[in-house]
Design a binder for this molecule. Structure first.
Ligand code: ADP
Length: 344
């Protein structure tokens, strides 16, 4: 049983000498911080041998950093057993959760604080013009708070694996709908969106059908196109393309906007990460859009990648596995018919 235990177990005799070490403990000893772990285990075994129990949690600085818990208990035969557990992942998850709660509170505090201040400023105001202006700003802040909550809900639903309606959907139709959602914003910002429709890929596939949740896919593509518009200068052009490559359907969205500095490229998919906080705020961003896009891509066994040159523009590529004809037939016979035509 000890040999198969995922937690390290080390047994010492009454004189403190090590009698047994299970494979999990040996694996921990073999890491770059193994010497430190062994020292800790020996120390706590010695203390437990003299009666009672002993233990500690220790942060071992890497790289990579590790958090290890050692806990030793005396045994009836006068010896002791120590359990060693690497809780690095658990600690990281705890930290991510704490950071997330702090971020959410901070993000919501801004619009809510503004709403309180604006409401206060209305008390006793009789001037219609002032009231209208303040109420207008209150609507903007309330919209902002509501968008954050909506995005958080969408994110938690995707993370929880809540499936809504999986069916065979046409990728070009998804892109068409997504662009439709952003068209008004683009018009107001003076930005042209160019979308020639689907083109034939290297493998000749034109079907471009994927198995997925249509509204989520529209949301993912819509987020990327919306960003391309938001981070472009007036008069800019956003190119959107759909193509097939090696069994994948790719949606490519390129802009000629502000671009993303190289050091931020890996981080833009993190929740609430923004390169330019002021710009994101002024365009009504929640900092959750790309995180949602990545989650949707992963939930569909796909991926999303970004390339950018600061000051020149950015290209996002969303890749989703294409449905083969066999899979499509299977999906149809399983009662998930392809979408009716004319839904665009
Ligand atoms: P936001 O709501 O702030 O747009 P996102 O999660 O959608 O949040 O994007 C995260 C950050 O990535 C943005 O704040 C912005 O700094 C950067 N970003 C995203 N798309 C683009 C783009 N097309 N061009 C330049 N920067 C972008």
């Amino acid at each position: 049983v000890l040999d198969r235990l995922p937690v390290g177990a080390v047994i010492a005799a009454g004189d403190g000498s090590i009698e047994y070490r299970n494979p999990s403990a040996s694996a921990l000893s073999g890491t770059h911080v193994g010497v430190l772990i062994d020292e800790l285990v020996t120390k706590h075994l010695a203390e437990a041998v003299s009666g009672g129990h002993s233990g500690e949690t220790i942060d071992l600085f890497g790289p990579p950093q590790r958090v290890v818990v050692v806990h030793a208990e005396s045994l009836p035969n006068g010896g002791a057993v120590a359990f060693v557990e690497d809780i690095t992942d658990q600690r990281r998850a705890d930290q991510a959760r704490t950071d997330f709660v702090a971020n959410v509170s901070h993000e919501l505090r801004t619009p809510i604080g503004a709403l309180i201040a604006l409401a206060d400023s209305l008390v006793g105001t009789e001037e219609v013009e002032v009231t209208e202006r303040v109420v207008g700003r209150m609507q903007l802040e309330a919209d902002r708070a509501s968008r954050i909550v909506e995005d958080l809900l969408e994110l938690s639903e995707i993370e929880a694996g809540v499936e809504r309606d999986r069916r065979v959907v046409s990728l070009p139709d998804v892109v068409h709908d997504a662009i439709g959602r952003v068209a008004e914003l683009a018009g107001r910002a003076g930005i042209e969106i160019v979308y020639p429709g689907a083109c034939r890929g290297e493998d000749g596939a034109v079907e471009l059908a994927v198995n997925g949740d249509r509204s989520r896919l529209v949301s993912a593509v819509g987020n990327v196109v919306e960003n391309a518009v938001k981070y472009s200068e007036p008069g800019g052009v956003v190119h959107v393309g759909v193509r097939a490559a090696d069994g994948w359907g790719e949606v490519v969205v390129s802009d000629e906007g502000v671009g993303i500095p190289r050091r931020d490229l890996d981080r833009v998919f993190e929740r609430f990460y923004r390169v330019d906080r002021a710009r994101s705020r002024s365009t009504g961003g929640t900092g959750l859009g790309l995180s949602i896009v990545r989650h949707i891509a992963h939930a569909h066994d796909g991926s999303v990648a970004v390339e950018s040159i600061e000051g020149q523009g950015t290209t996002f590529v969303l890749r989703l596995p294409l449905q083969t004809e066999v899979e499509m037939a299977r999906a149809e016979s399983a009662g998930s018919p392809p979408e009716p035509e004319g839904t665009v």
